[in-house]
Design a protein around this ligand. Sequence first.
Ligand code: GDP
Ligand code: MG
Ligand code: ZN
Length: 319
Amino acid sequence: MPNSSLMALLVASYGRNYLARPLSPSSSHPDFFEVQSRGKKHEVAVGDLLEITTTSAHQAVIDKISPRKNLLFRSDAFRSKSIAANVDQILLVLATEPAFSPDLLGRAAIAAAHEGIELRILLNKTDLTDKLSKARELLAPYKNLGIPMHEISAKFDAGSLDAIEPFLAGKISVLVGQSGMGKSTLLNKWVPTAAAQTREHSTKLDTGKHTTTACRYYDLPTSWGMKDGTLGALIDSPGFQEFGLAHLSESELQHAFSEFSPYLGHCRFHNCTHSHEPGCAIQEGVKVGQVSPTRLNLFNQLLHESKNATLQTQGHASS
Ligand SMILES: Nc1nc2c(ncn2[C@@H]2O[C@H](COP(=O)(O)OP(=O)(O)O)[C@@H](O)[C@H]2O)c(=O)[nH]1
Ligand SMILES: [Mg+2]
Ligand SMILES: [Zn+2]
């Protein structure tokens, strides 16, 4: 079979193993190609649109990654991990029990704001009512920021999911959250064929036992109909505990905290870090209740990590 070049969508990743699906199905191509990057240069992510060249009946190499609308990833001083590319929306799944990490919530919100991706928070397991008020308390600063939120019970109240469906149709949404929050339960409710698709991916990639560390792309059911010519999809990401944002610069961080914007440029010192300086406009915002202290603490923590990462790459390690 002669090698041919085609466009394909990256639909599954496990470590450095990738599966891509031809954009235009044709009888001369399989449903999926196992794709490899040439050398180590190409960091690809689920949702990437690729130009590939076939090397055998089921394998291909990546020639080019199409320019991305966005790339959701996390990083610390030493490495970065892609979560998904070209997404319209982040669905952050939190639960009443086990209690979610407020730090991870804060970081996901900053990642979304920085990449210009819509964020929607799903508070799951509201059937566990005794933990509900604590969860709502932790979410209050984000409600005040105007981030859309839904209280749901994926397992016990199918009706609680109805209000979310109109916000999924026609969009590429990525499920993000710690493990145990209910991401897989939600995926299986919305995409009843997800389990079957996962099995098919796993057979192709031969990663049966590593399914939890994989990222996967699932088309929404055709019965939901198209919006702007697209069906939309859900991307399932592995649960993670850490959400490093060390790649964001000081200025990028300041702008990702949208509630800081009225205060930026009004501090007494032009290089104010908004932590201890006199005449800090953002500290003033905290005093008058316009900025949540939790958010300012998060900013200071992220700034510290960002500066540390810069020092590390320059070879001046500090902690
Ligand atoms: N009480 C309760 N348990 C749930 C709900 N949704 C999911 N679970 C349970 O929470 C556990 C983790 O769910 P899973 O979907 O695997 O979470 P994931 O790790 O985020 O993919 C499972 O035992 C689910 O049955 C819910 O609405 N209420
Ligand atoms: Mg899961
Ligand atoms: Zn300041």
